[in-house]
Design a protein around this ligand. Structure first.
Ligand SMILES: Nc1ncnc2c1ncn2[C@@H]1O[C@H](COP(=O)(O)OP(=O)(O)O)[C@@H](O)[C@H]1O
Ligand SMILES: [Mg+2]
Length: 264
């Protein structure tokens, strides 16, 4: 069974896209068959994975309509184990998102169920604030990662993001798990970063990934390279941190699988 992990936050600019792309690429580097699904109408994940935005051919819209198959809309990325469902060019409004998903909140789940046995991991990047596409993504997922930027405003929106998660779990996706909260853009020694890390470790420790992503100039330059840092600059600290995150995710998924086996 593949793991479908959705990266969400109600706050923009907290590292959702960077995390989705680098986690997906790090899993691919570990020879895990990985699919990155770009569910942000801005298409940043597609671009960061090296996919040109003027993609021709069918897209998620045709997939959601059932006109084409998952294989027909996936494209190869810069790594043989990483495929991408890119977001077509153009900025969408809420109505367009609704249209894209045929007005059904389970559209993406149905569509991705066709990916069973094709991939080990499916990572979905989403937009903030949560619109109809994001709702589809959370309903399609088995687990969620919440990036938390080491900054006060981001910390304050965490509660809202968790509330959305709980709501979806209650109404549409009872099996949904919080894989973890991931601290991003941590500045060692900087006052706000230290306060936030101290506070989350005190109150939310059991929900946190051990891995913490530091603020890194190389990550900021990633948009110029159009390649994940784990592929383009494999030796950097930031790349190592995303490999550590991938390792934590793989460990987590293995323990879920072995628990399921024991139960059966
Ligand atoms: N660890 C990091 N260090 C430095 N810059 C980062 C880091 N993570 C993300 N960024 C930068 O912050 C901005 C927002 O990141 P992004 O992943 O696009 O956020 P989101 O998808 O949540 O809106 C981008 O310019 C990105 O390059
Ligand atoms: Mg983004």
């Amino acid at each position: 069974m593949e793991q479908i992990i959705c990266v969400i936050s109600q706050k923009g600019g907290v590292g959702k896209t960077v995390t989705s792309v680098n986690l997906a690429a790090a899993l691919a580097m570990n020879r895990k068959k990985t699919l990155l699904v770009d569910c942000d109408p801005q298409g940043s994940a597609s671009a960061s994975a090296g996919i040109h935005r003027n993609i021709s051919g069918p897209t998620l819209k045709q997939g959601a309509k059932g006109i084409c198959t998952l294989e027909e809309i996936t494209v190869l990325s810069c790594h043989e184990f990483l495929k991408v469902i890119p977001m077509p060019r153009g900025i969408f409004h809420e109505d367009d998102e609704f249209d894209l998903m045929q007005g059904q909140k389970t559209c993406l789940r149905t569509f991705l169920s066709g990916a069973e046995d094709l991939f080990d991991y499916i990572i979905i990047d989403t937009a903030a604030p949560a619109g109809f596409l994001t709702l589809n993504a959370i309903i399609a997922a088995n687990a969620v990662i919440i990036p938390l930027q080491c900054e006060l405003l981001a910390f304050q929106t965490l509660r809202l993001t968790i509330k959305i998660l709980e709501q979806v779990k209650l109404t549409d996706n009872p099996g949904l798990k919080l894989a973890g909260i991931l601290l991003t853009m941590y500045d060692q020694g900087e006052d706000v970063s230290e306060r936030i890390i101290k506070s989350v470790r005190k109150h939310l420790k059991k929900y946190m990934f051990k891995t913490v992503i530091p603020r890194s100039t190389q990550i900021r330059e990633l948009s110029i390279w159009c390649k994940p840092i784990v592929i383009r600059k494999i030796g950097t600290v930031a790349a190592q941190n995303y490999f550590d995150l991938a390792w934590e995710v793989m460990q987590m998924c293995n323990s879920v699988k072995s628990n399921l086996k024991k139960r059966n």
